[in-house]
Write a protein that binds this ligand. Structure first.
Ligand code: URA
Length: 434
């Protein structure tokens, strides 16, 4: 078999076999297929597409290119959740302890974020002493004992995806549905859970801006998960404004804790409960969304989710006192209000720009080696449909470096559109694909 022939086939819009795709992924991972041939192939995929069988074969080949986590030592049905990413997205921190408090094991491998804020494991590092690099043995032990563990991805999880993604990034081949779906699902399949719930974001702060593209991605990923023998659900949720009010690592942890205490914003709570419901249904703990929702609300009312969160933080070496007293978490030294330039309704939020504001303040990574400032970020005081008087605070910026404030403020003001008509606000959840 020759890579040249496979590129040529895709150029002529022909379909590759499973064996051909395996050959290509193995060869690229072990270095016998060079970057330039893989780049040509990826571009041919962007131009001519891949069918469902090819996409599934690519996913499985990438998942098999490294370690497949063996979670068989964990008792019960293992559930995992993945978000396609958005601004202020802290649902994992809310729903994982709820699910775990109901006895369902959450064995989660999370990436570090590249972009406006960190990923879940960056956020968790807000807790002094918290370790995201525990051994696989300890990980399994913790899930069995606490029902919840969250660690960073091992270097050898789907290495083919890591190498291919790096190439896509520099060859303008990221935005292809089959390539995105296979990239995400290869890591989820290699992570070993039985049930996968995908949070596919849609809107101005999402990877997929239009509902149609989000739906197509959701369908593609559910198909792949099903072919790979995992029960897979995708929930399409709104990202036309940040989720909740806090954006930034420690600020998001604080908001997640407030939500577990019953004081969280409605959108964050509703989206977390919807995602968690499908995790419970997949685990066989609830027969439908109504039953799941009731059980999940109880974990907030009886504080079992909050206590579970503290137990989890402590089991991974963190200071769990901070769960009950968030005042001891890292704090930014400067607080600056952003006043509304005119009076009116918030008619539109360019959510990506809110994310960029957080990045400017130091809350995200521009390159994979950037160091995140966990304490900086934004607290929003106004969201879509709210009315503001000129000069009212739209948000508080939290910073440690005053030289970044002006640029951050300007960027934030570009994100908010103020008009005279009250807009129709988007739903929290659009659809569920099973
Ligand atoms: N996230 C991934 O993991 N892969 C993609 O291709 C896009 C987003």
């Amino acid at each position: 078999m020759k890579m040249y022939d496979l590129i040529n086939k895709k150029k002529k819009k022909e379909t590759l076999t499973k064996e051909e795709i395996e050959f290509m992924v193995q060869g690229f991972t072990n270095g016998t297929i060079p970057d330039y041939q893989m780049s040509a192939f990826l571009m041919a995929v962007c131009l001519n597409g891949m069918n469902q069988e090819e996409t599934a074969a690519l996913t499985v080949a990438m998942a098999n290119s490294g370690d497949i986590l063996d979670l068989s030592q964990i008792h019960g049905v293992k559930v995992d959740k993945h978000s396609t990413g958005g601004v202020g997205d802290k649902t994992s921190l809310v729903l994982s302890p709820m699910i775990a408090a109901l006895g369902v094991p959450v064995a989660k491998m999370s990436g570090r974020g590249l972009g406006h804020t960190g990923g879940t494991i960056d956020k968790l590092e807000s807790f002094p002493g918290f370790s995201t690099t525990i051994s696989t043995e300890q990980f399994i032990q913790n899930v069995n004992k606490v029902k919840m563990a969250i660690v960073g991805q091992t270097a050898n999880l789907a290495p083919a995806d890591k190498k291919i993604y790096a190439l896509r990034d520099v060859t303008a081949t990221v935005d292809n549905l089959s390539l995105i779906a296979s990239s995400i699902m290869s890591k989820k399949i290699a992570s070993g859970s039985d049930v996968i719930v995908l949070d596919v974001k849609t809107g101005s702060g999402a990877f997929m801006k239009s509902y149609e593209d989000s739906l197509a991605l959701a369908k593609e990923m559910v198909q792949i998960g099903t072919i790979a023998g995992r029960q897979t659900f995708a929930v399409i949720t709104d990202m036309n404004q940040p989720l909740g009010k806090n954006v930034g690592n420690t600020l998001e942890v604080i908001e997640a804790i407030e939500t577990l205490k019953g004081n969280g914003p409605e959108d964050l709570l509703k989206v977390s409960i919807t995602l968690a419901s499908y995790m419970l249904i997949g685990a066989g703990i609830a027969k439908d969304v109504e039953e799941a929702t009731e059980k999940l609300y109880q974990t907030i009312e009886n504080r079992s989710a909050l206590d579970k969160f503290a137990e989890f933080i402590s089991a991974q070496g963190g200071d769990s006192k901070a769960v009950y007293d968030t005042g001891i978490l890292p704090k930014a030294s400067i607080e600056e209000e952003v006043g509304a330039p005119v009076s009116g309704f918030i008619t539109n939020i360019h959510t990506d720009e809110v994310g960029m504001t957080s990045l400017i303040l130091g809350g995200g990574r521009e390159t994979k080696d950037s160091i995140i400032d966990l304490s900086v970020g934004i607290r929003l005081h106004k969201k879509l449909g709210d009315y503001v008087n000129q000069g009212d605070s739209l948000a508080t910026l939290y910073a440690n470096d005053s030289s970044k404030l002006q640029e951050a403020k300007q960027r934030f003001l570009q994100a908010y559109v103020i008009g005279s008509e009250k807009p129709v606000t988007p739903p929290y959840v659009y659809a569920v694909v099973t």
